[in-house]
Design a protein around this ligand. Structure first.
Ligand code: FAD
Length: 402
């Protein structure tokens, strides 16, 4: 090992950024050479992406330059894309170079799960990154702008299918249903002509969530013109249409795919044992049989022993894992072998429904409407506070609560 151990953190999402800033706040940066790698020079808030996707928020509000939060005198920042991890050589291959490590943290986030359904990759959009949501917003606007230019009006231009009524799908539909009246006004289009379908294979929207809150969300979204097709698997997506398993066909020029995620394919392709692209990590967040590699965030799989099922991948868990991961890295560079165990502390779940509406459970309390929406904003601001303190909250936070 080098005189100073080399820690390489892959991905500047919730897990990676928080791990880097936690190490920066300690004395670890003096005892180790720490490098953060990310494909962009900015960090974005994945949990806000449904808003710029629908066009209810500018994408710049969701992102910040990495060097505005990470002190590059303490942490090296490399803007590059990870291509492969060569575990045996303790080396990361980047598009424009390579990095050797003594300790590795993988926080490369997720990719959309298509379940192998034909046509999804070719004919649908995913809410995944700043680049992807900018494209969705532009595409939606283009559809509205195109409608009145057509010689023969075709309704599929104004038909939007959101595949998956889980958290991401419902949050996006909430934003879109808020944006549509504005777009109709701007492009002289009758609201009745616009169709939004929320299509879900499971027997309910927001599977696993409190039934009363699901009903509240569905009633609200239906009142804004959203049509639900529940218990309705999608069989295929083709150019301009969606084929449902019940034989129905929806003609739509816009399909947004939000049926869940899998881990980043780089992990699978680098020879790690995965389940839907995610590695079932040890309780200290290390890869089984590997003392030098931690996996956090959406790439890590951890089991909720109470129900014997994986915890859903969330920013909440990624952030909490960054605490355990950074503590364990600090212990390792101090020559200790005893590792902290990761214990998720799920404080609640809140889903926004667009405008000033949301639903959620915090502790034992069910929240609806404005109060849930205010809590959601507090959660969003809390992360900014953890990352960059009050200055970051004032710069990027959601400060209008009601
Ligand atoms: P990410 O935050 O996705 O970060 C991964 C980082 O890795 C990114 O910066 C990416 O650019 C970088 N990267 C990827 N590939 C490469 C590469 N090859 N080379 C270099 N860099 C790379 N969770 C909640 O807890 N609450 C919510 O309300 C919530 N709402 C959500 C709403 C939406 C619309 C979405 C999409 C997700 C939501 N989630 C929510 C889930 C949450 O966003 C994820 O669980 C969380 O982002 C995972 O964090 P992460 O650090 O693993 O990955």
């Amino acid at each position: 090992m080098n005189k100073k151990p080399r820690i390489v953190i892959l991905g500047a999402g919730y897990g990676g950024m928080m791990t880097a800033t936690r190490l920066q706040k300690s004395t670890a940066y003096r005892d180790a050479e720490i490098t953060l790698v990310n494909k962009h020079n900015y960090h974005y808030q994945t949990t806000w992406l449904h808003e710029p996707a629908a066009g209810t928020m500018h994408h710049d509000r969701t992102r910040m330059k990495i060097d505005s939060v990470v002190d590059t005198n303490k942490i090296n920042f490399v803007k590059d894309s990870v291509v492969e991890i060569k575990r045996d050589e303790k080396k990361v291959i980047l598009e424009d170079g390579e990095l050797d490590y003594d300790y590795l943290v993988i926080g490369l986030g997720s990719e959309p799960e298509t379940f192998g359904i034909p046509g999804v990759e070719e004919h649908s959009f995913a809410i995944r990154s700043v680049n992807s949501v900018r494209l969705i917003r532009e595409h939606i606007e283009y559809m509205f702008a195109s409608y009145n230019k057509q010689d023969e009006k075709s309704d599929d231009v104004l038909t939007f299918v959101v595949a998956g009524a889980g958290f991401t799908g419902i949050e996006f539909v909430g934003e879109l249903s808020e944006r549509i009246p504005e777009l109709c006004k701007e492009y002289d289009i009758d609201r009745e002509l616009v169709k939004v379908y929320s299509v879900e294979a499971a027997p309910t929207a927001l599977p696993g969530f409190d039934e009363e809150l699901v009903e509240y969300a569905m009633n609200l979204l239906e009142s804004r013109g959203v049509e639900f097709k529940i218990n309705t698997p999608i069989k295929e997506v083709q150019d301009g249409r969606v084929l449902l398993a019940d034989g129905e066909e929806i003609k739509a020029q816009t399909v947004i795919w939000t049926t869940g995620i899998r881990g980043n394919s780089i992990i699978e392709n680098s020879g790690y044992e995965t389940m839907r692209g995610r590695v079932k990590v040890e309780s200290d967040l290390r890869v089984p049989g590997s003392d030098d590699t931690f996996i956090i965030g959406d790439c890590a799989l951890i089991i909720n022993e109470e129900i014997n099922r994986p915890y859903p991948p969330t920013a909440q868990i990624a952030i909490q894992q960054s605490y355990t991961c950074s503590n364990n890295l600090k212990a390792l560079i101090a020559g200790k072998t005893e590792m902290e165990e990761f214990k998720p502390d799920i404080k609640g779940t809140v889903a926004s429904l667009g405008g000033k509406e949301a639903i959620g459970i915090v502790g034992e309390r069910k929240l609806y409407g404005n109060s849930a929406s205010a809590v959601k904003k507090i959660i969003d601001n809390r992360y900014l506070f953890l990352l960059g303190g009050m200055p970051l909250v004032l710069k990027k936070g959601k400060l209008k609560f009601f």
